[in-house]
Each structure stands twice: as C-alpha cells, then as structure tokens.
Design a protein around this ligand. Structure first.
Ligand code: ZN
Length: 293
C-alpha cells in the first residue's frame, strides 16, 4: 500500500495511491492516519477517487512530532572521508518546517548567507506504532513503512560548530515523499538509491551499505525519547555529495535535484533562492570575533 498527503484548498487529505488515481481516506494527512490504532484498516477502506497531481503532494508526513537523522551511516562514505566505524549512531534532528513535498521548490539560503547548499539522498523510515526503549528485535513492528528523503544541508553553517543543526535545519530544504510504502510492500534491505543534479548522477549507493540498520536506529532513538506515530527517521546518505567533491559543485538556484530509491519513488525539486536577510549581522563570513583565552 502507498499512502500520501495531498494539499487541498481547505488543508490536506490523506490518500491511498493507486495506479492512476488516489482514494481519499478518513484522515487529514498520513501523520494523523498513523495515530489511529487500526490505521491499516482505515488506509485500505474504499473512498472517493481523486486524480493525483504530484505538484499537490505535501511532505508525506507534513508535521511529524520528531524528525531524527543519522549522520555517517554509510560504510563507503565513512571510508572516503577517513572516518572510523562508529560505535553508536550519530543522531541529529531537523525542524518540521525543513520538510517540503516531492515537487516543491528546494529553498537554498540567500547567497548573502551561504552558497554551500548540498544534497543527501536518504532512505526514510516512518514510525507506525510509537514506543520507548524498543528492543532491536521488535523495532520492525513499530515501522509503518518507508519513503525517499533528501537531507538538504548547508555545509558552512553545518561545520561552524560541533552541533550540525545550523546546517541541517534550514526551512524548506528537505524533500520527503512522494509517498509512504508500507513495510509489507517493500524490502528495503538492498535498494539502489541515486541523486542526480541537472541529470548528472552525483550519488549512487545501496541501502545495504550501512553501519546501522533501520531497526537498530529506531531502537537506539527510542531510548532517548518516546517515538510517536508519524515520526520520520532519515537513515543516512551514500558517497557523492558536493562536499566530498573537488571543487564542490554547490547547488545553485534553477538546478533540479532528483532523488530516487528503487521501488519507493522519486523526488524532483527545483532549487530556489531563499529570502534575503533583513540585516547583515549574520551574513556570509560575519560572526563574533573570537577572543583566544
Ligand atoms: Zn544525512
């Protein structure tokens, strides 16, 4: 089953995606659908049919309670930058306003703030049943399914401090969708994942090339906080980002980022320039003078 969230004049609707149309479900979006105990029955129910236009798709879960991400989870990527294999997943978070739909514009920082926008195609796990302290062996039972994401990143802001949030949480820079494919319809153990920029292949990897499985990351995260239905977990990216290329081909307005995972669909997002700052206090290169102690 494939489930998506459609933008409507009055808000949004959860839909079941069929071959050439959608079926409207009794929920405002996929996140609220997953909060229903027997969401699978609601998702499988008959309903009014609608034509589907990918331009009208919202992020599959528009406002998750928690957005978790894992850095450096791909073996080939870690080897490329000389990093040691991690003992624990490297977790960070994003804001819900970071998320955009599968055809929405990807909002790069205004060039006075940064010109180092970058891409990271990622498999994204979506929580179905919440829980805390979930053992690895039970973690799969807590997942509703998977989608495609792109962990849009602003590298100079990301590397200013040890905490990556400033470069990872930019508003409107993280596509998620196009739909949730339920766990019973996809085996994500060894899927090809690619990211193209203006039709040039930049990333090519497989979901098996990881230090930590989705189940391990769900379990680890659930020790920190209760996972809730609709939470989304970005599971890391393979080699080939702009950051790892010399010279780095940072994203520019007008470029098209195409992120895809075999069997899960694709995201096509055109880069746009974000809003200009209203002062030059934090523009590119500016910052407080560091006084050595
Ligand atoms: Zn990432």
């Amino acid at each position: 089953m494939r489930l998506a969230t459609l933008r409507t004049k009055s808000g949004s609707h959860a839909v079941r995606v069929e071959d050439d149309h959608g079926v409207v479900l009794d929920a405002s979006d996929v996140g609220s659908l997953l909060r229903v105990d027997d969401w699978r029955a609601v998702a499988a129910a008959p309903g009014p049919e609608v034509a589907l236009d990918l331009d009208e798709f919202l992020p599959v879960v528009p406002r998750p309670t928690n957005i978790l991400c894992v850095g450096l989870n791909f073996v080939s990527h870690a080897a490329e930058i000389g990093a040691d294999p991690p003992n624990h997943p490297s977790l960070f978070s994003k804001f819900s306003r970071s998320l955009i739909g599968p055809r929405d514009p990807m909002m790069l920082p205004h060039p006075s703030m940064s010109t180092q926008g970058d891409w990271e195609v990622e498999l994204v796990a979506i929580v179905g049943r919440g829980g805390r302290n979930i053992p690895v062996r039970e973690a799969g039972d807590h997942l509703a399914g998977y989608a495609v994401g792109n962990d849009g990143s602003v590298r100079d802001w990301q590397s200013r401090n040890r905490a990556p949030l400033a470069g990872k949480g930019w508003e409107g820079m993280t596509p998620l969708g196009p739909w949730l494919t339920t766990c019973d319809d996809i085996d994500v153990g060894d899927l090809e994942m690619t990211c193209e920029v203006d039709d040039v292949a930049m990333q090519r990897g497989v979901t098996s090339d990881v230090f930590f499985t989705p189940e391990e990351i769900v379990s680890y995260s659930s020790n920190i906080v209760t996972l809730e239905p609709g939470d989304v977990i970005f599971l890391g990216t393979p080699t080939g980002t702009a950051m790892t290329r010399q010279p780095s081909p940072w994203l520019r307005p007008g470029q098209v980022v195409r992120s895809s995972i075999a069997g899960l669909g694709e995201l096509i997002n055109v880069c746009e320039e974000g809003p200009a700052p209203r002062s030059d206090e934090w523009t590119r290169g500016a910052g407080r003078v560091v006084i050595s102690r």
